[in-house]
Ligand binder design. Structure first.
Ligand code: URA
Length: 262
């Protein structure tokens, strides 16, 4: 029916009843199968889980409404009838993958740094980067909010003035990739998120969205949970997800070395 914050307000206002009794504590546990929950007298039922993968274009904000009336990612999701929220954000000038869902558990798994889900970005830098600069990005650079964790950095190609890189990070700090490039005396000219864990941008077209498959959702959850448990789990399901992740990254590097380009 709404975001967690809004729902908590309804609860505090006394509009929600649990088995006919008003509850005002948003932390009360509810069994969706057996308890009867109403909002303003209307019975609420658990909603089906919904998972959407969007290829966000540049120039769209990751917010529900903008006071300045600029385009938002929700303008691209008019046909998604259920309430969903964006898991993490991309800057206005960044394009690429975003997951939207009504599954708050998955949202937590993907955004909590404890779970370290890998995200890959294609970067076009404003200068040609030498090996020493790439190594600094890999080892960790000092930002205003601390040193970055080790990153995977692959040089895709150089042109006369620029370098195209693939950077994989497991943190999600604000404007992290842009700040990392600034820390090695360059700048991001173009930034595209191509992978979230095992999920790849594949053939999805810019501005379009598609549902995540049940298998993709399961792989994301398995990976995040394995990483949260110390990253040492090597069950067959997590290794399947990892295998798919590497395969996807290799398959798409070709597309990406010539796409959304120059
Ligand atoms: N890093 C950035 O700098 N911006 C994004 O949008 C995502 C990652």
């Amino acid at each position: 029916m709404g975001s967690r914050t809004v729902a908590a307000e309804w609860i505090r206002e006394g509009r929600v009843r649990l088995n006919s009794r008003i509850v005002r504590d948003p932390d009360v546990w509810v069994d969706p199968e057996n308890d009867r929950v109403t909002l303003d007298g209307r019975v609420l039922r658990p909603r089906d889980r919904l998972y959407v993968l969007l290829y966000k274009p540049r120039g769209y904000l990751c917010t529900r409404e903008d006071p300045e009336k600029r385009p938002t990612i929700y303008d691209l999701l008019a046909d998604v009838k259920s309430w969903v929220f964006n898991v993490g954000r991309l800057d206005l000038d960044t394009s690429g993958l975003l997951i939207l869902t009504n599954d708050t558990d998955l949202g937590e798994l993907l955004t909590n740094p404890v779970y370290k889900v890998a995200k890959t970005y294609l970067v076009k830098s404003s200068t040609r980067l030498d090996e020493e600069q790439l190594q600094r990005l890999r080892d960790g650079v000092t930002l205003s909010d601390g040193v970055t964790q080790p990153a995977e950095v692959i040089r895709l190609r150089d042109s006369e003035k620029y370098t195209h890189l693939a950077i994989t990070i497991r943190e999600g700090r604000n404007r992290q990739v842009r700040r990392m490039l600034e820390a090695v005396d360059s700048k991001v000219l173009k930034l595209v998120r191509t992978h979230i864990g095992p999920i790849s941008i594949g053939k999805l077209q810019i501005g379009q969205h598609r549902p995540l498959s049940a298998e993709e959702v399961k792989m994301l959850k398995d990976l995040a949970e394995a990483a949260g448990a110390g990253g040492t789990a090597s069950s067959s399901k997590t290794s399947a997800a990892k295998q798919r992740m590497h395969q996807n990254r290799e398959e798409s590097s070709e597309r990406w070395s010539s796409h959304e380009d120059d």
